[in-house]
Write a protein that binds this ligand. Sequence first.
Ligand code: CP
Ligand code: NVA
Length: 311
Amino acid sequence: MRRARDFLSLDDVTIAELHGLLRDAAKYKRHRQRHGQRLAGRVVALIFQKPSVRTRVAFEVAVRRLGGSTIYLGDDDIRLGEREPVGDAARVLARYVDAVVLRTFAHRTVQEFASHADVPVINGLSDLSHPCQALADVFTIQEHFGRLKGLALAYIGDGNNVLHALMQACAMLGIHLSAATPASYRPEAKCWAATSRLAAAQGARLRWVSDPRQAARGADVLYTDVWVSMGNETERKARRRAFRGYQVNTQLLKLAARGCRVMHCLPAHRGEEITDEVLDGPQSLVLEQAENRLHVQKALLAMLLNGKATR
Ligand code: CP
Ligand code: NVA
């Protein structure tokens, strides 16, 4: 059986491949309309158990611009893991389509699906990781600053899927990252330990602090995400209480480096993790960041569907 190439987390690409993806994404962005038909005749299924604007639309548009087509399957369409085992659904779908983008809850569902599907599987967000977002994030940083290595990023807020993927990408590229989260919302311990080793090998600093001001001081990028992720809704009250003081606002931004840029994966809960003033202000990169999902996802699809498997 052919071993398909998956993208479940940043672990699935080498540092050289990550740089290659960023270069390809830049080409796709420069030549928006002239892509050739790299995915001609290919069909990509999008299985989404959670809502999405950016991930879904950027993948649908990316596939179409590259000459392929998509099938969107919402939670009610296939009821993944309910009507039949995840592995059975994966094996069947792999007989029909050329790749699958899966947005789900438990990360082990993406892993299980991928282990049974002999077509590329892309993690379109799980509770553990959001690797497509991280590709767009580091692409946006490179595009804005013209470099990556040695920059300092401060992540303020929840130690969640977005942070896990972002810290891995930063470590691979030599970006220093300070994460400020409440003690009970720190990033997942195994992921943190592995990323710390990766960062050290690339000469990048990875540190956790509880004080957002300590993280923000001198930062080139201030990054935040929602305090209540999809699936955490029942914890809303407790989380709002725990994260009070972790808002990215004008006061916090003043502590950062001159020329600091603000990033957020969106959707934002305005007035919670970030103020309108900062999100819509001159230092915000959020719309570039959202647009760049399209360009990096084109590069990713081209790599997974056309590239040589290296594993
Ligand atoms: N940033 C992001 O993944 O957005 P969506 O949830 O809208 O896809
Ligand atoms: N952490 C957020 C990211 C949304 C793109 C969530 O999982 O809901």
